[in-house]
Design a protein around this ligand. Structure first.
Ligand code: ARG
Length: 459
């Protein structure tokens, strides 16, 4: 045990207590942010005349050496240090002697950890954004190539109206686009610097908080030192955004699992992204999609955990807040892994276009269009609905689709039907006539694709 705070104690910490309290085994992930924050703090201390320029130079050299040694593997995170902050400071002191002891002037681990976590989250949001953009590019590609790939659109998991694969994937494009903007929003709100808030009440040293905030890429300093050390809203926002990403991925996975099943056969997941069964030789399982769907639970768990941890904590810092880290780190790593794997899976997946189109034809997805045909010939919609309902019933009895009925069979049910009914209910017509903004028709879809292209170029 190499503690920073032995002075007022008369007895050694119990080993079990020490182990329970320590966080180095997981907060070592913050080493880079901790060192970067310390460098800015040291530079500010010198600028304000609190330490000399020479002392600053020694401290910065020491910190650089620690960073290099951690990254090369020469310096291991040994468990006698309580957390990453103690680890870096103790190492600095052993490298620079007494000068190293000046680094913590006007600073507390409370503002330090708040700073480190914010910087870590900020960096990770940047990485998640890159992954989401790559995913959007893959989705865009599928959309672009499948403007005329007809498939059934579902409500209640019952075939409803025909859409296209481009349209279906386009729904997910919107979701992941919103996810990107949600994360960017969270980043914007968190980007105020808590450094210089001290333990909770600021400090008597003439710190220049604006200087450190700017040096560390923040939009400015936080405005209440108690809130600065007690705020974990940004983690709640992050985890809520990550949970939403997982919810979207999970829904998409669920569809791909269905589509990849023998009953649908809309897609075939690439061999590289499938696994086999140890007993059933015929099996090719969609394990990656299932795992992504399954991992959604642990990301939701992280969100529930932090919400629960924070709900009863009085101001300002309390040790409960150390519990913010493991689940957050795990959630970030989980989401990054899931987006990357999911992206690989859809980029290599093949689409069985004929099966999709056949399925769209067989499910009476053009029944609304048959009713619209009657409406266009003067039949009130409610009557048209009833007539087409009877047509569908007749088709079900004969086990045929609407376009397989003969004209005389149509006319037995309503004389309004003429030869051009076949054209009116053709899959092509059913889809291509739907051209309101956001609809699957070619003209509407091309407009949206152009907007997506522009969005991907600009964002
Ligand atoms: N390991 C602590 C955390 O993660 C750092 C802050 C500790 N501060 C303190 N006063 N004990 O929250």
């Amino acid at each position: 045990m190499a503690q920073l705070w032995g002075g007022r104690f008369t007895k050694e910490t119990d080993q079990l207590v020490y182990n329970f309290n320590a966080s180095l085994s997981f907060d070592n992930k913050l080493y880079k942010q901790d060192i970067t924050g310390s460098m800015a703090h040291a530079a500010m201390l010198a600028k304000q005349g609190i330490i000399t320029e020479e002392e600053k130079g020694t401290i910065l050299e020491g910190l650089k050496g620690i960073l290099a040694d951690i990254e090369s593997g020469a310096l291991a995170f040994s468990p006698e240090y309580e957390d990453i902050h103690s680890f870096v400071e103790a190492n600095l002191i052993s490298r620079c002697g007494d000068v190293g002891k000046k680094l913590h002037t006007g600073r507390s681990r409370n503002d330090q950890v708040a700073l480190d976590m914010k910087m870590y989250v900020r960096d990770e949001i940047g990485e998640i954004d890159i992954l989401l953009k790559e995913l959007l590019e893959s989705i865009y590609k599928v959309m672009d190539e499948n403007v005329h790939t007809y498939m059934p659109g579902f409500t209640h998991l019952q075939k409803a109206q025909p859409v296209t694969l481009a349209h279906h994937f386009g729904a997910y494009f919107e979701m992941f686009k919103r996810d990107r903007s949600r994360m960017a929003d969270a980043k914007k709100r968190l980007n105020l610097c808590p450094l210089g808030s001290g333990a909770l009440a600021g400090t008597t040293y003439p710190l220049d908080r604006e200087f450190t905030a700017e040096a560390l890429g923040f939009d400015g300093p936080t405005l209440n030192s108690m809130d600065s050390v007690a705020d974990r809203d940004y983690l709640i926002e992050l985890l809520s955004g990550l949970s939403t990403i997982m919810m979207h991925l999970s829904r998409f996975c669920e569809e791909i699992i269905l589509w990849n099943s023998n009953e649908y056969r809309f897609v075939e997941i690439d061999d590289g992204y499938s696994t086999g069964s140890s007993i059933m030789p015929q099996k090719k399982n969609p394990d990656i999609a299932e795992l992504v769907r399954g991992k959604t639970g642990r990301v939701y768990g992280a969100l529930m955990s932090i919400l629960t941890t924070m709900k009863g904590i009085p101001l300002a810092y309390n040790k409960d807040m150390q519990e913010d880290k493991e689940f957050t780190f795990d959630a970030i790593d989980t989401v990054k892994g899931c987006i990357a794997l999911f992206n690989g899976m859809i980029a290599t997946m093949s689409f069985c276009r004929e099966n999709m189109e056949k399925s769209a034809k067989n499910g009476f997805t053009n029944a609304t269009d048959a009713a619209d045909y009657l409406v266009n010939h003067g039949v009130p919609f409610r009557d048209a609905h009833g007539i087409v309902g009877r047509l569908v019933l007749a088709c079900i009895e004969k086990n045929i689709s609407l376009d397989e009925m003969s004209l005389s069979e149509y006319q037995e049910i309503s004389p309004v039907f003429k030869e051009d009914i076949y054209e009116a209910i053709s899959m092509k017509n059913c889809v291509e006539k739907r051209n309101t903004i956001g609809a699957p028709g070619e003209a509407a879809m091309k407009q949206v694709l152009a907007l997506h292209k522009k969005y991907l170029e600009e964002n």
